[in-house]
Design a protein around this ligand. Structure first.
Ligand code: UDX
Ligand code: UDX
Length: 463
């Protein structure tokens, strides 16, 4: 079976970049990305490709290459579903905020709505691909909904989790470590798997395309994220030990990372991991384990989250205690708000929680982030419901200039590891702040010796 027409539901951080690369690499396949959010689709269609809604290095160029040739963005979901041979579901799957599994389980409301819409609209056989990260055995639920349409249309469900990381999405998509495709182990299932293998094989070497059963594929995605997050929490746990013993966490990371069994990646101590996936997927894993009464398994993974929460709160606590136990009425400058560099995504960013703690202590915060908008920062704070939107706007200022952010600050906190922070004129900043001049580097990216020589009281995680 050769795929000629692909539809992707969800024009977000996963759907948008993934489909852009698929369209670029499969010029003979029509790819339509649909979303309910009209503003988001309009932004994807903006005549200036620099205004697409997601900032990823290299993405605008790829969108420009394919847009309106074989790559389309639209809100006409029904039409795109009907035309497609293959439909990717790439809608968000947030942690449930209500009912059973609240705060832990994945909310599959949007996934189910997609399945029902596909069932209602489809008039020809379709391959439905789960791109969103889903709990194990979601495919079964999808199949049950799709198979009861009563109009004779046949569906095959594949699991094809996305492993791209934000900020490097284009690179990760162009040369993935592996592509994972799970499907039913029947004749028709294997045909569907092959159809998707063929789409990726246009640019991914075959030995990097793994095929498995559906459940292995679904569970592998959760497990990969859990392992990555666990490494960050592990090194963050060691960072606290370093601070009290006089060891340097970067030296420890380097020393253990050279052991080829451990490897050097994901060993950077930080103010805590963020992003839309790590916390959500681990909570989901914990919930699944509890559902099966595997309490030790659940507790084991939950500890990764507990450690991460601890890392965020101890960073904020350290600012307060260092500033003579009060930040009330003091200006704290935040450099960075995104959950990591090279993205405008702020979901679960440590900055949000550090800001919230400091606001509880009546601090006044001024934020500078090279890519995050003021609107987003206020939305993140409002979402916490810790105080009124008016108070958030009164006590948090967002500026477009890092020097202005730091001017007259009692302390500067680095929350995101943006490269540009390293290039600032730190002497100029020093001259403009209140003395003693404190810098709290939550990413250990600044030059400690240089800052100390200028006169800053510099502290970094794990030093
Ligand atoms: C992805 C994955 O799909 C998710 O499972 C993973 O865990 C995190 O990353 P992401 O692309 O980051 O989600 O989410 P988001 O940027 O929120 O995009 C989802 C899009 O789906 C939104 O634009 C939303 O408007 C759209 N959507 C949602 C629909 O079009 N229809 C719906 O019913 C629900
Ligand atoms: C992650 C997975 O890497 C990706 O495979 C999956 O598809 C989605 O979730 P992402 O959330 O985009 O990707 O970013 P990632 O680079 O994994 O970073 C997650 C968080 O961990 C960030 O806040 C980052 O700053 C933090 N981190 C990462 C550390 O604090 N230290 C590290 O050494 C690595």
């Amino acid at each position: 079976m050769t795929i000629k027409n692909i539809c992707c539901i969800g024009a977000g951080y996963v759907g948008g970049p993934t489909m852009t690369v698929i369209a670029n690499k499969n010029p003979d396949v029509k790819v339509t990305v649909v979303d309910l959010n009209q503003a988001r689709i309009d932004a994807w269609n903006d005549s200036d490709v620099n205004n697409i809604p997601i900032y990823e290095p290299g993405l605008s160029q790829l969108v420009e290459n394919a847009r309106n040739k074989n790559l389309f963005f639209s809100t006409d979901v029904d039409k795109a579903i009907d035309e497609a041979d293959m439909i990717f579901i790439s809608v968000n799957t947030p942690t449930k905020t209500y009912g059973k599994g609240r705060g832990m389980a994945a909310d599959l409301k949007y996934i189910e709505l997609c399945a029902r819409q596909i069932a209602r609209v489809a008039t020809s056989d379709k391959i439905v691909v789960e791109k969103s990260t889903l709990p194990v055995r979601t495919a079964q639920a999808l199949k049950a909904i799709l198979d009861h349409t009563g109009n004779g249309v046949k569906f095959q469900i594949l699991s094809n989790p996305e492993f791209l990381a934000e900020g490097t999405a284009v690179q990760d998509l162009l040369s993935p470590d592996r592509v994972l495709i799970g499907g039913e182990q029947s004749e028709e299932g294997k045909e569907a798997i092959q159809a998707l293998v063929d789409v990726y094989a246009r640019w991914v070497p075959l030995e990097r395309i793994l095929t498995t059963n559906v459940w292995s594929s679904e569970l592998s995605k959760l497990t990969a994220n859990a392992f990555l997050a666990q490494r960050v929490s592990s090194i963050n746990a060691i960072s606290e030990l370093c601070e009290v013993t006089g060891a340097d966490v970067d030296e420890v990371s380097r020393a253990i990372g050279m052991d080829s069994r451990i490897g050097p990646k994901f060993l950077k101590a930080s103010v805590g991991f963020g992003g839309s996936c790590f916390q959500k997927d681990i909570l989901n894993l914990v919930y699944i384990a509890k559902t099966y009464d595997l309490n030790e398994v659940a507790d084991y993974w939950e500890q990764v989250i507990i450690m991460n929460d601890h890392q965020k709160s101890r960073f904020a606590d350290n600012i307060v205690s260092t500033l003579y136990n009060t930040v009330s009425g003091k200006k704290i400058a935040f450099l960075g708000w995104a959950f990591k560099k090279d993205t405008n995504d702020t979901r679960e960013s440590a900055a949000i929680y550090v800001a919230d703690s400091l606001l509880h202590e009546q601090a006044e915060i001024t934020v500078y982030d090279p890519k995050v908008t003021a609107e987003q920062i206020y939305a993140d704070l409002d979402y916490l419901n810790s105080r009124s939107p008016e108070e958030n706007r009164k006590y948090v200022k967002v500026v477009n200039d890092p020097y202005e952010a730091c001017k007259s600050a009692h302390a500067i906190a680095v929350l995101t590891e943006w490269d540009e922070f390293k290039t600032y004129d730190w002497k100029k900043i020093y001259d403009s702040v209140i003395k003693p001049a404190f810098v709290f580097d939550g990413r250990s990216i600044l030059n400690a010796d240089q800052l100390s020589a200028i006169g800053f009281k510099y502290t970094a995680i794990g030093k």
